[in-house]
Write a protein that binds this ligand. Sequence first.
Ligand SMILES: [Zn+2]
Ligand SMILES: [Zn+2]
Length: 204
Amino acid sequence: MIALSAGFMVSVALLDLAPEAIGQHGATAAMLMLAGFLLVHLTQHTLVPHFHFGEEVHEVTGAVSISALAGMLLHTFIDGVAIASGFEIRPALGLIVFIAILLHKFPEGLAISSIFLAAGSSRQRAMLAGALLGVATIAGALFTDLVAPLGEYGIALAAGVSLYVAASNLIPEFQAKRDWKVQGSFFAGSGLYFLARNLISMVS
Ligand SMILES: [Zn+2]
Ligand SMILES: [Zn+2]
C-alpha cells in the first residue's frame, strides 16, 4: 500500500499539481512548491525527534508520539487543501488528487497509530491520533474555501508537500526492500494513476 500510494502520488504531484500551479502563478508557484517541500521536512523531521512511515517496531517515548502527531498535522492539513483547490480548478483534477490522498491515508493512519502504540498509549488513543489526522485533512479542505490566499496558492503548496510525502516519506520505506512485489507495486501505482486519469477524462 505504501509503495502503490507512492507511485500514484508522485505522478499526481509531477503531472497534475506542479504544472497546474506553475501555469497559474509561474515562478511564484515554484517558490511555494519549494516552501511546501521544506515545511514538511521542518515540521515532521527537524522539529520532531523521531518519525517515519511504516509500522513503529521499537519503543518510543510519549513525547515522541505527541510531537510526531503535531508534525503530521501540517502535512495532513495541506492534504485537504490539495483536494479542495483541485476541485476548485476542475472536478477531474480534484478527483485524481482525492484518489492520491485517499490511497496514502491508510499508511498515514497506520504510521501515527503504531507510533502511539509503541509509546505505550491505549488503542483508543492510537485510534484518536489517526482520527485527528483525518480532522486536519477536512479542516484543510474547509479553510481553502474560507481563506482566500489558501484558495489561490494552495495548489502550489500542495504540489511541494505531495512531492515530499511521496518521495521522502513513502519511498524511503520500501527503497531497500528486495521484494519484487513491493517494488512492482510502486510502478503499478504510477500505472494506476494513468488508468484513473484516462477513466476520469473519458467520463468528464
Ligand atoms: Zn521508529
Ligand atoms: Zn498525507
